[in-house]
Each structure stands twice: as C-alpha cells, then as structure tokens.
Design a protein around this ligand. Sequence first.
Ligand code: ADP
Ligand code: MG
Length: 190
Amino acid sequence: MAWKSFKQFTPEEKAKSDELVRRGHVRHLLTPKQRELLDLVTSTKRAKLAYYASRRSGKTWGSLLIAYGLCIRYPRLTLKFILDSQVQARDVIWPIARDLQDVIPPDCLPVIKKADMEIHFSNGSIIKLGSSNKEHCDKLRGTKCDIVLVDECSFHDAGNWEHVIYSLLMPQMLHSDFGQFIFTTTPSTS
Ligand SMILES: Nc1ncnc2c1ncn2[C@@H]1O[C@H](COP(=O)(O)OP(=O)(O)O)[C@@H](O)[C@H]1O
Ligand SMILES: [Mg+2]
C-alpha cells in the first residue's frame, strides 16, 4: 500500500490495514521518512541504531507505531521507550497513544496503564515508558528488556547516559534475541 494518512482511509482500506496490523505489519501506515526507521530496526539485530529526521517529521509518532507493531508481532517483548523527562513521557506519548486507537484494530489495542507508565498487549508484550534524567532513571531498572527506543536523544542529560545505558539497561538485554538500542533525534541545524 502506498502511503496515505490513515485519516483518509476508505472503509476497505481500513479493513485491509487492520488485517496487516493484526500481524504486526505497520509499514503502510508510516510516511516514507518513517519507513527508513522501520527498515533500520528490522534489518539489524543487536546494535545501536541512530535515526535523524527534522522536527515534526513524525519521529515520536512513527517510533511508537513501530513499537506497537513489534509488540503485536512478537509475544512477551519488553520495549523501553525513553524520553528526556517524565513530563515528556506523559505529555507526548499519551496523545500519540490516543491517535493510535484509530489506527490499531480494536481487538489488538493494548491496555494503557497511565499510572504505571506502561502499555500492555494481550500477548504479554509491554512498552515501558521512562526517562533518562537523574531523578527518574532508576525506574528503568528491571530484569528483562529486548529493545530500547530513545526519543530525541540529543535533548537528554548527556552526563547520565553512561549510567543509564551501561549500568541500567545493557544488563537487562544480555539474553534478548533483539538487544537493540534505537536513538532518534533532530539534527542540530533543523
Ligand atoms: N504516519 C503518520 N500518519 C499520520 N499522521 C502522522 C504520521 N506521522 C506523524 N503524524 C503526525 O505528525 C505529527 C508530528 O509527529 P511527531 O512524531 O510529534 O514529530 P517529531 O517527533 O518528529 O517532532 C503528529 O502529531 C501526527 O499528528
Ligand atoms: Mg518528537
């Protein structure tokens, strides 16, 4: 399917889209630029990936939709979605999750646990929202993580990165088949 905003889908296109999404395929819902991120994520395993795109080009929206697609496709996946602050996590992610309710077929919609900052899928996959700042990063601790998605990495507290990546996250990813870190950001000139 060539790209067309989901808002312009005909009922037939929406039905076709739902069929793909139920299998975890979200490519048709992504803009051509967002597809570059999906290609990066799906073509490489156990890596640190960087994706640059201009402001308002759909980095966060596309990343969350790609995260949904991966969670639907792979049962019991744990994906950590990291923003620079808890406020960002709440103010940026919940509105996108609201948009995605119109994109994801109702039978695949995850349960949004706002108080826990988590998104739960019926197959056991989970997206955990977190932030890298000193005050809140300890909440990123855990026993298992498959994929880490860092939104707008150039705006995070650079002084805390080593601790977040090497002490908190990497040990959780050692036994994962995925083990990916995906960093998205806006180039400084945009
Ligand atoms: N694939 C898409 N389909 C429809 N709307 C989209 C898509 N990607 C992004 N958008 C719209 O573009 C807006 C900006 O996206 P966002 O992810 O916030 O940009 P960025 O993170 O790059 O600044 C979103 O609020 C959303 O409404
Ligand atoms: Mg963004």
